[in-house]
Structure formats: structure tokens, C-alpha cells
Design a protein around this ligand. Structure first.
Ligand code: SAM
Length: 278
């Protein structure tokens, strides 16, 4: 896939999704409220708004994505199905501060150290709802990632691994490696992810008027078959909701410019995976 987002570094994408969450949060009829999103996005809001005109075209997707993920996480944590959430590429996500979670839930955020330090500083007066830990790491560095997963392997209890907004920026071989590593991590019982098909990624790219097609951060992974891609990597689909269907339910309809290829868009959404028995 030769499409790019017009930002300088992949960690800038964390500011972009925080900005999109702030748009929904500001609405009187908001489907979720992230009270920290605007504050966290603020240093890059002006530059992102000058490069991207996604307020109309991107908010539906982030609203559906956030709403679906929030519901899965609250349900699994509150019914005691998981004792820890490992948020890989946590970025400027604030669920540990804003969701209704058991106090004894362990919430482990992994992302580049500078980004997590920035978030910690901005939220220094806030109290998380659960037991929050930050792990500054380059997830693309095999050694760092193996050490991190080795520590996770020591944990008691079941872990929900969340990879929101990470997979599209990884090369396919890294996605395959990650799927195998998580499969081999005994505590990782569930994997919750957003799946973006090439049709979805292309439709977003086509709405970036100021973007150079080959400059910025590349989108590298988008399985045409949607979540079924992960079945051959040893994972089972426990639940799948398409962004298109869920956004209709939330009365955040898909913008008309994106309605051209609904079949392909329907395979983009939120998937909850568990391990297939081998
Ligand atoms: C689109 S953002 C999503 C952030 C967050 N999950 C959310 O949805 O708000 C992608 C995130 O992936 C992180 N990321 C990408 N490659 C990474 C790597 N090699 N190591 C650590 N984090 C990485 C970026 O820093 C960024 O925070």
C-alpha cells in the first residue's frame, strides 16, 4: 500500500486521533466523552487542522471505533474476564482515566517514551480509575519487545491486549510476528483490534487535500479480507462489528463520499479475538 499520512512521525498520529476524539466529545449529544482529548491534542491541533480536513469525514470513524472499544473493555473488565489490559501503542488514549473500571484492574500502556512522558505530564493532576503503569518502548525493536513480553508472561491472570491504531503502520511481517508472539504469551487471552481494509485506508487518503501522496507516515498494513486474516495466524474471531454498521446505529452516518464501496468498507471494524486451540 503506497499511501501516506501527512505527518512527520508515527507518534504524531496519536495527536490526530486525540483531536478526532475531541470533536465527538465537544458535541452536546456525544456518544462518549474524552475530557482530556482536546488538551492532549492541543500542541499539534493547528498544524493538523491545516493539513487534514477530517473533522466531518473522520469523526464518524473515531466515534464508532472508540465507542465499540470502550464497550468491549468495560464489559470484559467488569465481568472479571480479564485482570489486566495491555495497551500496545497507547498513544494519547485516556481510557484508564475515563472508563468505569475495577480499581484493581492493571492497565499497562506501551508506546514511545517521549509520548508517554508528555501524556503523563499533561495529566499529572488526574487520577487513573485503575492501576496504571507506563512502559516506554520501541515496539519495533525485537529485543525491547521480547523483554517486555517476557515480563508480561510472568503475570498472573488474564490479559486483554489492545492494539488500537497500531497495525496499519506496521509492515505485514511485523503484524505476523506480533500475532505469533501474542499467541505464545500464555496470559494474553484476548486481542482487541481495529481492522482497516485497503478500501477504508484509500478512502481516507483521498480526502486529504493537502497531502503529498508519497510523503509522511506510510500506511503499510490493511488486510482485504478484514479480521479473517488473523484466523490463519491461530486466532479466532469472538466478535466483529463493522464501523459502517455501528456508525449508523450511533447516528453518525458514513459521509457520502465514502459510500462508494460499502462491501469492502464493511470488513473494516473492531474485532475481538481469542486463541484457537492448536
Ligand atoms: C494512531 S496512534 C494510536 C494511539 C492510540 N492507540 C489511540 O488510538 O489513541 C498510533 C500509535 O502507535 C504508536 N507506535 C507506532 N509505532 C510504534 C513503535 N514502534 N513503538 C511504540 N509505539 C509505536 C505511535 O507512537 C502512536 O501513539
Amino acid at each position: 500500500m503506497k499511501l501516506h499520512l501527512p505527518v512527520d512521525h508515527v507518534s504524531d498520529t496519536a495527536y490526530l486521533v486525540a483531536l478526532l476524539r475531541s470533536y465527538e466529545s465537544e458535541r452536546p449529544d456525544a456518544k462518549f466523552r474524552d475530557p482530556f482529548a482536546a488538551l492532549l491534542a492541543e500542541p499539534k491541533t493547528a498544524v493538523l487542522e491545516s493539513k487534514l480536513s477530517w473533522k466531518e469525514s473522520g469523526t464518524w470513524l473515531m466515534t464508532a471505533r472508540t465507542h465499540l472499544l470502550d464497550r468491549h473493555i468495560e464489559r470484559l473488565a467488569r465481568q472479571g474476564s480479564v485482570q489486566a489490559v495491555v495497551n500496545l501503542a497507547a498513544g494519547l488514549d485516556t481510557r484508564a482515566y475515563r472508563l468505569s473500571l475495577p480499581e484493581n484492574l492493571a492497565w499497562i500502556e506501551a508506546d514511545f517514551p517521549e509520548l508517554l512522558d508528555y501524556k503523563k505530564a499533561r495529566l499529572s493532576h488526574q487520577l487513573p480509575k485503575c492501576s496504571l503503569q507506563n512502559v516506554g518502548i520501541d515496539l519495533g525493536d525485537d529485543e525491547e519487545r521480547h523483554q517486555f513480553f517476557a515480563r508480561l508472561a510472568q503475570r498472573q491472570g488474564k490479559v486483554l491486549v489492545l492494539t488500537e491504531g497500531l497495525l496499519p503502520y506496521l509492515p505485514e511481517e511485523s503484524v505476523i510476528t506480533l500475532a505469533a508472539e501474542l499467541r505464545n504469551l500464555p496470559s494474553a487471552s484476548y486481542w482487541l483490534m481495529d481492522v482497516a481494509t485497503p478500501a477504508l485506508i484509500r478512502s481516507f487518503h483521498d480526502q486529504m487535500p493537502n497531502s503529498e501522496p508519497s510523503q509522511g507516515v506510510a500506511f503499510k498494513f490493511g488486510p482485504a479480507e478484514g479480521p479473517a486474516y488473523f484466523e490463519r495466524l491461530g486466532w479466532r474471531i469472538e466478535a466483529f462489528d463493522s464501523f459502517v454498521d455501528h456508525s449508523e446505529c450511533l447516528e453518525r452516518p458514513v459521509p457520502s463520499v465514502l459510500r462508494g464501496s460499502p462491501g469492502a468498507l464493511n470488513l473494516s471494524g473492531i474485532a475481538l479475538l481469542s486463541k484457537r486451540s492448536s
